[in-house]
Design a protein around this ligand. Structure first.
Ligand code: PMP
Length: 304
C-alpha cells in the first residue's frame, strides 16, 4: 500500500504517495487518538461523484470535537481536498480516507504542544466484503468482544483507537470461518458490525439498533430514508441475537460494505439463507442513488 504511484493530500499539499511519511514518534501511532472518515466516490454518467461528502466531513469535525482535537482547516477546505484527491489521482471511482492525527512534537499523554495533521488518500476499492457476497450474503459470528461501553470510548467519534475493538472482533470471526462479526453492547443487545451498521427485517418491517453504542452511519441514514420513501416502515429498537436468528432478512450497511446481505448468524440461516427481497430492493436503490441514477437524490452527490 505504501509503495505505489499516486498522490496524497497532506497538510494542504499534494505529495507523491511514497513521500507521504510521518515520524515513528507520531503521537497518534502510540495512543490511537485520531479521527478519520471512510468516503466513496462512484463512477456516474457525469464522471466521478463523491457520495454525501458534506455529511462525512461534518462527522469528521464532530469526531475531532469529541476528542478535543482542533482541525486546522475548514470543512470547505477538506471537501476540496477530497475532490482533489479523486481528481488528481485520475480515479473513476474511489475509496477516500481523510484522517486527522497528532504529530511527533511531543510524547506522553500530557503532551500539549501537538500539531494536528490531516491527510486525504484515495484509491480504487471494490466490494469490501467480496463481490459475490453482495448477492449471496455473508456469514456472521456474534462476537465474544462487546462493542465499546459509551463511557469507555466515545462511540459517536470515528476515532482511530476505537478500531482495535473492531479488529479483535473481526479477526475472531474470520478465524471461525465467518466473514464478519456482529458485536453486542455491554448489556448484550445487538450494536453493529466491526465497520457496519446492522439491520434486520421481520414481517415487512425494518429494524435497526438505536445509536447508543453504534456509529451514526451515513449509509444507515441513507437506507432509512430510501426505505421510508418506498413505504417500508423502519423502527429503531433494542435487538437481541435470537431476534436476528429468527429474522426474515438481515444486512449490514457502511460506506465500504455498502449494502451487504447477511445469510447466516452463528451457523443459523437467516430467512431462506440468501439475499432477501427487501434487502435486494434497497441494495439496488442504493447503487442507483450513489451512481447518479436517482434524480431525487442528486443533492447527495458532489461531482469531481
Ligand atoms: N459502524 C462502524 C464501527 C464503522 O466503522 C462504520 C464505517 N464508517 C459504520 C458503522 C458505517 O458508517 P458509514 O455508513 O457512515 O460508513
Amino acid at each position: 500500500m505504501a509503495d505505489r504511484d499516486g498522490l496524497i493530500w497532506y497538510d494542504g499539499e499534494m505529495v507523491p504517495w511514497r513521500d507521504a511519511r510521518t515520524h515513528v514518534l507520531t503521537h497518534t501511532l502510540h495512543y490511537g487518538m485520531g479521527v478519520f472518515e471512510g468516503v466513496r466516490a462512484y463512477q456516474t454518467e457525469r464522471g466521478p461523484a463523491i457520495f454525501r461528502l458534506e455529511e462525512h466531513t461534518r462527522r469528521l469535525f464532530r469526531s475531532a470535537h469529541i476528542l478535543g482535537m482542533t482541525i486546522p482547516y475548514t470543512p470547505a477546505e477538506l471537501n476540496a481536498a477530497q475532490v482533489a484527491a479523486v481528481r488528481d489521482n485520475g480515479l473513476k471511482s474511489a475509496y477516500l480516507r481523510p484522517m486527522c492525527f497528532f504529530g511527533a512534537e511531543g510524547m506522553g499523554l500530557r503532551a500539549d504542544n501537538l500539531q494536528v495533521h490531516v491527510i486525504v488518500a484515495a484509491w480504487e476499492w471494490g466490494a469490501y466484503l467480496g463481490a459475490e457476497n453482495m448477492e449471496r450474503g455473508i456469514r456472521v459470528k456474534t462476537s465474544s468482544f462487546n462493542r465499546h461501553h459509551v463511557n469507555v470510548t466515545m462511540c459517536k467519534a470515528k476515532a482511530n483507537g476505537n478500531y482495535m475493538n473492531s479488529m479483535m472482533a473481526l479477526q475472531e470471526a474470520l478465524a471461525c470461518g465467518c466473514d464478519e462479526a456482529l458485536l453486542l453492547d455491554t448489556e448484550g443487545y445487538v450494536s453493529e458490525g466491526s465497520g457496519e451498521n446492522f439491520f434486520l427485517i421481520s414481517d415487512g418491517v425494518i429494524y435497526t439498533p438505536d445509536l447508543t453504542s453504534a456509529l451514526d452511519g451515513i449509509t444507515r441514514r441513507t437506507i432509512m430514508t430510501l426505505a421510508e420513501e418506498c413505504g417500508i416502515p423502519v423502527r429503531e429498537k433494542r435487538i437481541t441475537r435470537d431476534e436476528v436468528y429468527a429474522a426474515d432478512e438481515a444486512f449490514f450497511t457502511g460506506t465500504a460494505a455498502e449494502v451487504t446481505p447477511i445469510r447466516q448468524l452463528d451457523g443459523r440461516s437467516i430467512g431462506h439463507g440468501g439475499r432477501g427481497p427487501i434487502t435486494e430492493k434497497l441494495q439496488t436503490l442504493y447503487f442507483d442513488v450513489v451512481k447518479g441514477r436517482h434524480p431525487k437524490h442528486e443533492g447527495w452527490l458532489t461531482y469531481v
